[in-house]
Design a protein around this ligand. Structure first.
Ligand SMILES: Nc1ncnc2c1ncn2[C@@H]1O[C@H](COP(=O)(O)OP(=O)(O)O)[C@@H](O)[C@H]1O
Ligand SMILES: [Mg+2]
Length: 340
């Protein structure tokens, strides 16, 4: 009987968004701009997934391909088990109700109050007025804007406008929220507040968030997964904890830039030692010096909280007969060590 019930439940995949081989160009011939090349992306249910890249890297094109605001030239897009790239117009409109989106410049209707902006997608759905008003109230409360229900966008701060944008995006109860540079127009305090709200909604509602940004700081503050986009190609992607543990990853190098950019002197090596979940442990180095014929000079280091996890990296110079043995010893302690 239990088995029977289980079979009746819809199968929920672990994956919420899957892009396979997505390419997109604008224009044609010699003037064509290849915005995306063969992009593969996998976003798991409940993740906060960041796509980072410089201006022009193709981030907006990528996020617009997820809800088919931009139609890929090639490849497939699947969201919450539904292949978006094969849907007809009516089905696509329906599927988009499960995908909310917020924008850098908020895109609010200036002639409507906060409450009326939030009500807009519900009016389109033809939700009846009493239900709609109740839902708008709930949504405004969820984003901490109950007292601004009657204010017009011009009377709101940037942070408040983005809260209206978020409430509007969540009106139809989407399972995915797409954020296109949602904090890029905000000052640092409002940026932090909006990111905290997004994290809170992610946890309270199990909302999957795909956000694009040109700021590593945004990734550091809330993402658990990341893809790095360069000239339309994904050059790295994965769980932040995995990428950070690997000192050769681009992500790790962005957070812990090499302290020295020249080469180590003859007979010595430089090593970056990454510590996860704690601080750079002094006894480790003391023991190293005791056990091996090696001299350790600390070049620098830092400890940061990345995706809610404490990560430290120590950059050292190693000199002596047993440098190689010392590095192997560190690796046996499960520390990630990159030598150059
Ligand atoms: N509608 C469009 N028509 C022509 N070129 C476009 C269009 N949208 C984007 N592009 C070009 O595609 C490239 C990627 O743009 P975009 O996705 O907006 O990058 P990002 O969001 O990372 O700054 C850029 O060279 C941009 O000029
Ligand atoms: Mg953009």
């Amino acid at each position: 009987m239990a088995g029977h019930l289980q079979n009746a439940l819809p199968q929920q995949s672990e994956k919420m968004i899957t892009l396979k081989g997505v390419s997109k160009s604008f224009g044609n011939g010699g003037n064509a701009v290849h915005a995306l090349h063969e992009v593969d992306l996998e976003v798991g249910r409940g993740e906060i997934f960041g796509v980072v890249g410089a201006s022009g890297a193709g981030k907006s094109t990528l996020i617009r391909c997820v809800n088919l605001l931009e139609k890929p030239d090639k490849g497939s897009v699947e969201v919450d088990g539904q292949v978006m790239t094969t849907l007809g117009d009516a089905e696509l409109r329906k599927a988009r109700q499960r995908i909310g989106m917020i924008f850098q410049l908020f895109n609010l209707l200036s002639s409507r109050t906060a409450a009326q902006n939030v009500a807009f997608p519900l009016e389109i759905q033809k939700m009846e007025k009493p239900l709609r008003e109740k839902r708008v109230e709930e949504l405004l409360e969820m984003v901490g804007l109950t007292d601004k229900a009657g204010s017009y966008p011009a009377q709101l701060s940037g942070g408040q406008k983005q809260r209206v944008g978020i409430a509007r995006a969540l009106a139809t109860n989407p399972s995915v929220l797409l954020c296109d540079e949602a904090t890029s127009a905000l000052d640092p305090a409002n940026t932090r507040a909006i990111l905290t709200l997004l994290k809170d909604l992610n946890q309270r509602l199990g909302l999957t968030i795909l956000l694009i940004t040109h700021e590593m700081e945004v990734v550091r503050q809330i993402c658990d997964h990341v893809a790095i986009l360069e000239e339309g190609r994904v050059v790295e992607q994965g769980a932040i904890s995995d990428l950070i543990a690997n000192p050769t990853s681009r992500l790790s190098q962005a957070f812990f830039p090499p302290i020295l950019d020249s080469q180590p002197a003859e007979g010595s090596v430089w090593a970056a030692i990454t510590f996860l979940g704690g601080s750079a442990d002094e006894p480790v180095l003391t023991n190293l010096v005791r056990k091996f014929d090696v001299e350790v000079n600390i070049l620098g280091g830092s400890i940061q909280t990345i995706g809610g996890q404490r990560v430290g990296q120590l950059q050292v110079e190693l000199k002596g007969e047993q440098t190689q043995e010392a590095v192997e010893h560190l690796r046996e302690l499960n520390l990630r060590v990159e030598v150059r």
